[in-house]
Design a protein around this ligand. Structure first.
Ligand code: AMP
Length: 174
C-alpha cells in the first residue's frame, strides 16, 4: 500500500453532518430528518458532496487519487448514482465489509452516544438503521460479493485485531 497515493478517508455520514450544520445549506433540515430516522439520504445530495470532496483533494495534490469511502454505497439508489456519476472516472478496487453481530454494534454505538452528541446514537434510531441495513445495504454488498470484490473482516474482535486485518488487506490490494 502506498499511503502517499491516498486522500483522506471520505465518510459519507460526516460529509452529510458537515453539510447539515453549514449555515445557509438548503439541505440541512432534510439531512437531519433522514439521519434521525436512520434512513438513506437521496443520492443526489450524497454523491455531490462526495465528488466535491474527492475533486478538491485531487486538485490540491494530483498524487492523491485513491480513496477509502466509508458508508457508501448504502442502497441501490447510491449504487446507480455512483455508476452514473463516476462511470469512466473511478474504479472500485474492493469493498471492505466489517461483519459484526447486531447487539455488539448497538452496544458500541450506545457507548459512543455517551459523548458523540449524534442524534442517531440511541436505541430507537439504531434499530431503524439495522432495518435499513438489512433491507437496503446488504443486497448491495451481495452484488459486490458476486463480483468477487468483498473483503470480509470479523469486526467483533478488538480494535487492534480489526486494524491488523485491515492493514493486511491494504498491503495485499491497496
Ligand atoms: P454513519 O455516519 O455512516 O453512521 O451514517 C449516519 C447516517 O448518515 C445514516 O444513518 C444515514 O442517515 C446517513 N448516511 C450516511 N451515509 C449515507 C449514504 N451513503 N447515503 C445516504 N445517507 C447516508
Amino acid at each position: 500500500m502506498k499511503v502517499s497515493q491516498y486522500g483522506p478517508v471520505q465518510h459519507t455520514g460526516d460529509l452529510l453532518r458537515d453539510e447539515r450544520k453549514r449555515p445557509g445549506s438548503q439541505y440541512g433540515e432534510l439531512i437531519e430528518k433522514y439521519i434521525k430516522e436512520g434512513a438513506i439520504v437521496p443520492v443526489e445530495i450524497t454523491i455531490s458532496l462526495l465528488k466535491r470532496a474527492m475533486d478538491q483533494t485531487m486538485a490540491a495534490n494530483v498524487q492523491k487519487y485513491k480513496f477509502l469511502i466509508d458508508g457508501f454505497p448504502r442502497n441501490e439508489d447510491n449504487l446507480q448514482g455512483w455508476n452514473k456519476t463516476m462511470d469512466g472516472k473511478a474504479d472500485v478496487s474492493f469493498v471492505l465489509f466489517f461483519d459484526c453481530d447486531n447487539e455488539i454494534c448497538i452496544g458500541r454505538c450506545l457507548e459512543r452516544g455517551k459523548s458523540s452528541g449524534r442524534s442517531d446514537d440511541n436505541r430507537e434510531s439504531l434499530e431503524k438503521r439495522l432495518h435499513t441495513y438489512l433491507q437496503s445495504t446488504k443486497p448491495i454488498i451481495d452484488q459486490y460479493e458476486k463480483m468477487g470484490k468483498v473483503r470480509k473482516v470479523d469486526a467483533s474482535k478488538s480494535v487492534d485485531e480489526v486494524f491488523g486485518k485491515v492493514v493486511n488487506i491494504f498491503d495485499k490490494e491497496g
